[in-house]
Design a binder for this molecule. Structure first.
Ligand code: ADP
Ligand code: MG
Length: 340
């Protein structure tokens, strides 16, 4: 049988390929693989949402610069973010860890302090998990469980032609925070110099301690808006826009000048000679919400603080394009993921 290298398929190709080996037959499976959460039958009015993520030392985090408390907070928040990405309410987490003997009990308590802080901010209970030893570094696997009203669930697949595309917060900061951390780690390894982190607080915090956008979900609810589609930005705006377009069988047009990038990010980008737009499109780990709303909701959605309209949904035949400041149309590409 032909043996295929993982690099040939990439993450999404691999998931699609593995999915072919599975079959879903339960009537209670409303939506399986392919969205931010699985959607399961709960009761007459609600669905249960389930999402899981695995964080590996050396791949997703580096203990040289990730304090364990921050790491716990981030691990919980990134899972909770997937529940919000379905317009849901997170309720429970299970937390599984694999640890080597190099960790003390107190160090792991720090990890759990961070998990608890994230949970208490979002009204979530940790209800279980698993503990194992590890010979390959720390692994943290978290499953988030939540619920959503059937009438409010937001899939990646619901975008309609002419819908407005919105994103919360600003983009690219987490990636630039990571650049600073990697640079300072390198300088420390080479010269033993103390890391210079002052002045970079915003981007560092965005990388080390991201916030799931509970506030945006609450604001949308208050405004009476149910997004037609939604996803959280974990791999980068470009990749997530393509997910929304592919699954909704639509195209999109987003405008460079409308993409929110903070002044802090622009400053750090200059230092690294990185184009801010590239950090915003492909940086990832921002955990902002990208969603679409009917055009008629424009006047309501624009009043929500930190929501930015960046473009609109078009017919599939128009493709997924970015309109540059110069008016040039550039095809969006997914570059978010390069692990294998
Ligand atoms: P997110 O970035 O929102 O966490 P992912 O890109 O990790 O989503 O996953 C996309 C979809 O594929 C999700 O529905 C997820 O549950 C599913 N998935 C990912 N890895 C696997 C796997 N190994 N087996 C089955 N389903 C998977
Ligand atoms: Mg997601």
């Amino acid at each position: 049988m032909k043996q295929t290298a993982l690099s040939e398929l990439g993450e999404f190709g691999l998931i699609d390929r593995l999915k072919e080996k599975l079959s879903a037959g339960n009537a209670s499976t409303v939506r399986g693989i392919g969205d931010d959460c699985a959607v399961l039958a709960k009761n007459e009015h609600e669905y249960t949402l389930v999402s899981t993520d695995l964080l590996m030392e050396g791949i997703h985090f580096d203990l040289m610069y990730s304090p364990l408390k921050h790491l716990g907070y981030k691990a919980a928040m990134v899972n909770i973010s997937d529940i919000y990405a379905m317009n849901g309410t997170p309720e429970h987490l299970t937390v599984s860890i694999a640890v080597s003997a190099k960790f003390t009990v107190e160090a792991l308590e720090q990890l759990y302090e961070g998990i608890n802080l994230a949970c208490s901010r979002c009204g979530v209970d940790v209800v279980g998990g698993d503990t194992s030893s590890s010979v390959t570094g720390l692994a943290i696997s978290i499953t988030a469980i939540g619920s959503v009203a059937k009438t409010a669930v937001a899939y990646r697949s619901g975008a309609q032609e002419n819908d407005l595309i919105c994103v919360s917060g600003d983009l690219g900061a987490s990636y630039m925070g990571l650049q600073i951390l990697q640079r300072e780690k390198h300088v420390f390894a080479q010269a033993g110099a103390q890391p210079k982190l002052a002045g970079y607080e915003y981007v560092l915090q965005r990388h080390l301690k991201p916030e799931a956008r509970k506030d945006i979900i609450e604001q949308l609810k208050i405004a009476g808006i149910t997004p037609t589609s939604m996803i959280d930005v974990s791999d980068g705006l470009s990749s997530e826009l393509l997910h929304l377009c592919t699954q909704s069988k639509m195209g999109c047009k987003v405008y460079e000048e409308k993409i929110p990038i903070s002044a802090d990010v622009a400053t750090v980008c200059k230092e690294f000679d990185i184009t801010p737009l590239i950090a915003a499109l492909h940086g990832g780990e921002d955990y902002e919400l990208l969603f679409t709303v009917p055009l008629k909701d424009y006047n309501v959605v624009k009043k929500i603080p930190s929501v930015h309209a960046i473009g609109s949904v078009s017919a599939r035949s128009a493709g997924a394009v970015l309109v540059s400041k110069a008016g040039e149309q550039i095809a969006l590409q997914a570059q978010g993921w390069k692990q294998f």
